[in-house]
Write a protein that binds this ligand. Structure first.
Ligand code: NAP
Length: 288
């Protein structure tokens, strides 16, 4: 039987409508308009697209969004100075530095300059440390989107065997921690994992986050597994982007699956908006 769809596009739309209502309320009752400042260093085409999408989504929800574009040859100090200024600005509630920054910069140092109360992307050292402790205010948006999607569809995480393929700081590691926090038994795989098919085959919940088109084959998947594909890959000659999982065959084995596009992707921006509103509510002062 074909898997049921974890429809991130529809859920994200619903969440964004709820966020817009909360923004209305914050404006009317507390004179706060949630404001997100996005910093883009350089002109990587994918990053330019993502930052514009984020700005547009904020504005559609009635929030303020600034896109601060810095030259690709900016120094570490220059980028950190911009972040520090935003940290001090009480009218700014959320700060996001678009990943990846140019290679000559120390990304972790830059991300960790964002004040933890404004780290709505959840990937500073302090936010990640708090995620380990189970006390994070803000969680990296893609992993948060994944667990929100699972919870929305009533998928039991507690006690399940979860396998996360990928261990990046923006996705794999925080996804593993978010699942652990919800009492899954978690295995994290990476490029040195031996016999990936048999590890994947143990998963009741599989999160694919390795960035390799259709690398995970349907035949590896345990019958009835829940498959969450965070991958987003351009493939020459294909008219739409593809995930890290071979969708057609996986959908025959899984009980639930995310489509690509329309699964994890839209949830990421919805979580960014939600966390910016949370920051404004929890730490913000009137700014209108
Ligand atoms: P990344 O930083 O390149 O990390 C990839 C991870 O996959 C690494 O941990 C790597 O292992 C592991 N890996 C690579 N080849 C592997 C293999 N053959 N077997 C097992 N593990 C392997 O990527 P990322 O930034 O986490 O992104 C992953 C994917 O998610 C990409 O397709 C990206 O476009 C997508 N993404 C989507 C969203 C969204 O909003 N939907 C957001 C962010 C990213 P090592 O650590 O050993 O190198």
């Amino acid at each position: 039987m074909a898997a049921q769809i974890l429809d991130g596009a529809t859920l994200a739309k619903q969440i964004r409508a709820e966020v817009a209502q909360e923004v209305e309320h914050l404006k009317a009752e507390h004179n706060i308009t949630p404001r997100l400042s996005v910093i883009l260093v350089g002109d990587d085409p994918a990053s330019v697209t993502y930052t514009r999408m984020k700005k547009k989504a904020c504005e559609a929800a009635g929030m303020i969004s600034d896109l601060i574009e810095l030259p690709g040859d900016s120094t570490q100090q220059a980028v950190k100075d911009v972040i520090r200024t935003l940290n001090e600005d009480p009218t700014v509630h959320g700060i996001l530095v678009q990943h990846p920054v140019p290679k000559h910069l120390d990304e972790l140092d830059i991300l960790s300059t964002v004040a933890v109360e404004k780290d709505v992307d959840g990937i500073s050292a302090l936010s990640l440390g708090r995620l380990v402790l189970g006390t994070a205010d803000f969680v990296a948006c893609t992993p948060l989107g994944i667990v929100t999607l699972l919870e929305h569809y009533g998928i039991e995480i507690k006690g399940k065997e979860a396998v996360v393929v990928g261990r990046s700081i923006i996705l794999g590691k925080p996804a593993a921690l978010a699942l652990l926090e919800r009492h899954a038994t978690v295995t994290v795989c990476h490029s040195r994992t031996q016999d990936l098919p048999s590890v994947v085959g143990r998963a009741d919940i599989l999160v694919a986050a390795l960035g390799k088109p259709e690398f995970i084959k349907g035949e590896w998947i345990k019958p009835g597994a829940v498959v969450v594909d965070a991958g987003y890959n351009k493939v020459e000659g294909r008219d739409k982007d593809v995930g890290d999982v071979e969708y057609e065959t996986a959908a025959q084995k899984a009980s639930w699956i995310t489509p690509v596009p329309g699964g994890v992707g839209p949830m990421t921006i919805a979580m960014l908006l939600k966390q910016t509103v949370k920051a404004a509510k929890k730490y913000g002062a009137a700014n209108v």
